[in-house]
Design a protein around this ligand. Structure first.
Ligand SMILES: Cc1ncc(COP(=O)(O)O)c(C=O)c1O
Length: 415
């Protein structure tokens, strides 16, 4: 970490104890010191190429999008768009209430049935976001005498969900089966339910959890397996049903959670599990009970997305081929871990400034995500590249050329 970063972090730490105005002032100082490529405004659909209002010049410009979770290009797929238009004509734009009161309609019921089948579970429940689904699972199911073992690289929603439980949470080293085995062994004689939580495809690294091994351990030790398959759903496995299917253990997870904000390219989340568990969650997950239902156009987007995923397996194949090509082209620059799905985490060379390098990518018309704390631990800064089925080979070549130029540009490094 550079002295400037150190100084800013120190200021931030001191500010935590201060009043809100002082904290806001410290934050403003921090923002003024930085050249941020966050929150760029798009003026077009979230496609492989986007029109962006440049935050530095105000000009409109086209950029190649390598930061979107719209993995299959469903955000603009003609079938999805058509179905959404028809749905708006019939159902309007919103529900105006939560699902247990006035906010449940036939479309949501149909989606829940389809998701349950898609995930090889008895039932499913639709939330207003994946984040809300994770909060809902934790808050409704875990109690203070339970134990939650979770992968240290879990998403923020899992960490925040833990705060709601009062249960003891123990992180295990990323994908470390030996440590998980020991923790499960230790937990055996204790009271309460043991939950094991992992992602299918890890959101910041793009590697997979050894779900088959984790499932076996859970079965052996009577623990409940909770899989967050935000990034595997629609991308991996038979019919795109996710990471568990890809690793031949589709029926093993007790609870699978997913989101509509990745391959379905919209928003919302879901939980798929046994009928009894879903019924319990429906009345106990506070982020479900006390939050308005997804609007019909969003539900229609996911229903149509499921139809496309079923009818057009070539999209998944194209995504896999594009990801393989991108991995091959980007390998010389170094990965945080070997990528296995459509997410590629590029490790920063020594002394590279994430901020300066991000600005260079931006200037070259390449839209990539700079990732830093708190999305990853301090020191884990990286560029997170997302590949889409709609990218062309030329797009990926442009990404690789830009990466080489940024990596070789002295202005990308701390001075
Ligand atoms: C692994 C994981 N879980 C949960 C979420 C939250 O999903 P949503 O965007 O639907 O709130 C995300 C989104 O970033 C994620 O990557």
């Amino acid at each position: 970490m550079t002295s400037k970063q150190n100084k800013l972090r120190e200021l931030g730490k001191q500010a935590v104890q201060q009043s809100l105005p002082a904290r806001m002032q410290a934050f403003r100082c921090m923002l003024n010191e930085r050249t941020l490529t966050y929150k760029r405004t798009l003026l077009s659909a979230a496609d492989r190429e986007v029109t962006v209002q440049d935050p530095f010049t105000g000009a409109l410009r086209n950029m190649l999008m390598f930061a979107s979770n719209n993995y299959l290009g469903l955000a603009t797929h003609p079938h999805v768009v058509q179905r959404v238009k028809e749905t708006i004509d019939r159902y309007g734009c919103g529900m105006g209430g939560p699902p247990l009161l006035n906010g449940y309609n036939r479309l949501i019921a149909e989606l829940e049935e389809r998701l349950a089948a898609f995930k090889s579970q008895e039932a499913a429940l639709v939330f207003s976001s994946g984040f809300a689904a994770n909060l809902g699972i934790a808050g409704a199911l875990c109690r203070s005498n339970d134990l939650i073992l979770y992968d240290e690289k879990s998403h923020a929603s899992l960490y925040d969900g833990l705060q709601l439980t009062g249960a003891k949470g123990i992180p295990y080293l990323h994908n470390n089966i030996t440590q998980l085995t020991a923790l499960l062994e230790e937990a055996k004689p204790k009271q309460g339910t043991v939950f094991v939580c992992t992602e299918g495809v890890f959101s910041m690294d793009g590697d997979l959890a050894p779900l088959d091994q984790i499932a076996r351990l859970c079965k052996q030790d009577g623990a409940m397996l909770v899989v967050d398959d935000a990034h595997g759903t629609g991308v991996l496995g038979e019919e795109g049903s996710g990471t568990a299917s890809y690793l031949q253990c589709a029926h093993e997870a007790d609870i699978t959670m997913g989101t509509f904000s990745k391959a379905f390219a919209t928003c919302g989340g879901f939980v798929a599990a046994s009928a009894g568990l879903v019924e319990y969650l429906r009345y106990h997950a506070r982020s479900y009970v006390f939050s308005a239902s997804l609007p019909p156009p969003v539900v229609a987007t996911v229903l149509a997305g499921l139809e496309v995923i079923h009818a057009e397996p070539w999209l998944r194949k194209q995504l896999q081929q594009n990801a393989a090509y991108a991995i091959q082209k980007l390998a010389p620059f170094g990965f945080c871990v070997p990528p296995q799905a459509a997410i590629i985490a590029l490790k920063l060379p020594e002394q590279m400034s994430l901020e300066k390098a991000a600005f260079l990518f931006h200037q070259k018309g390449i839209f990539v995500n700079p990732i830093e704390y708190p999305a990853v631990p301090p020191g884990g800064e990286r560029f997170r590249i997302s590949i889409m089925a709609t990218h062309t080979r030329e797009d990926i070549d442009r990404l690789a050329t830009a990466t080489e130029e940024v990596w070789n540009d002295p202005s990308a490094y701390h001075s």
